[in-house]
Design a protein around this ligand. Structure first.
Ligand SMILES: C[S@@+](CC[C@H](N)C(=O)[O-])C[C@H]1O[C@@H](n2cnc3c(N)ncnc32)[C@H](O)[C@@H]1O
Length: 274
């Protein structure tokens, strides 16, 4: 599901940058850089996270870096604010039935940070990645086991007023599965990846203040644009309050200030097209 607020995301997104930096410290040994590599990034959004936490690791002999996102707004903003000279931009739905022909068998590496939990057809997305990789090319993806707002969307899907907007369509793909790991592994395997690994990373992220939290949750509230404009403010308040439910997101009062923390469980997927 596309995110559509690049300026707001750029201003308030610290979460994915902090967490990706930590995860790359821990897992970047899984990336076996190929010479003169062609790189595709999916779900690049406005580019802030990649620029800060990932670009410092790019090899100097890179052939090309193609930054893509489902959202035209995001890619337009990213293309105007890019720091890497060799980067080109494109709009791409990673789960599309057909990806652009010029992307097939082209890439040595595909990356996606905090993206796959938004993709409703992960198996099709992995198939596309497989087809876009050259032989021995690899993927490196990070994504939530459950999006911290899944439980809220599940509640809203049963709400007499909000269920008409289909909140269930914005829940992460395997929220209702007793074994999300098995589902993701089966998708990777069915897509053609015979060589894959899925790691778990559990951690906590503390927001600078409640304003950061509210703005980030507004940006990632992909259902919001589908709600009638005159109802959006009221919906957003209900949504934000509900996400602070003490499960994935906890609230404590410290020195008179409300401190919000997200407890996350994420997967790091690494796979090679052999
Ligand atoms: C939470 S943001 C993460 C952005 C960035 N990678 C980061 O780590 O800050 C997820 C991004 O994935 C994009 N996205 C969602 N579904 C997608 C799809 N099917 N294909 C490609 N991008 C998608 C959204 O538009 C959004 O920009």
């Amino acid at each position: 599901m596309a995110m559509v607020l690049p300026e707001l995301f750029s201003k308030y997104n610290r979460l994915t940058t902090v967490v990706t930096a930590k995860q790359l410290e821990k897992f970047r040994h899984l990336i076996k850089w190929r010479k003169n590599a062609s790189v595709l990034e999916i779900g690049h959004a406005e580019g802030g996270n990649s620029q800060k936490s990932f670009f410092p690791y790019l090899p100097s002999d890179l052939k090309e870096y193609v930054a893509t996102d489902l959202s035209e707004n995001m890619i337009e903003y990213a293309s105007k604010n890019s720091t890497l000279p060799s980067v080109t931009f494109g709009q791409l739905n990673i789960a599309a039935k057909q990806v652009p022909l010029e992307y097939l068998n082209r890439f040595d590496h595909i990356f996606g940070f905090f993206v796959m939990h938004h993709v409703r057809q992960p198996r099709q997305a992995f198939r596309n990645m497989f087809d876009m990789l050259r032989k021995d090319g690899s993927i490196f993806l990070t994504f939530f086991k459950h999006i911290p707002s899944d439980a809220t969307l599940d509640r809203l899907a049963k709400h007499p007023e909000w269920k008409q907007y289909g909140p269930e369509n914005f829940i992460s793909p395997y929220y209702y599965s007793p074994n999300p790991r098995q589902q993701w592994e089966s998708d990777l395997s069915e897509a053609g990846f015979k060589c894959y690994e899925l790691f778990e990373d559990i951690g906590k992220y503390e927001y600078v203040d409640e304003n950061e939290y509210d703005n980030i949750y507004q940006c990632t509230c992909t259902i919001l644009p589908t709600i009638p404009e005159q109802e959006q403010k009221r919906f957003l308040k209900i949504y934000l309050d509900s996400t602070k439910d003490g499960k994935n997101n906890s609230v404590e009062v410290r020195d008179g200030r409300r401190i919000l923390t997200t407890n996350y469980e994420m997967f790091i997927a690494s796979a090679t097209k052999i």
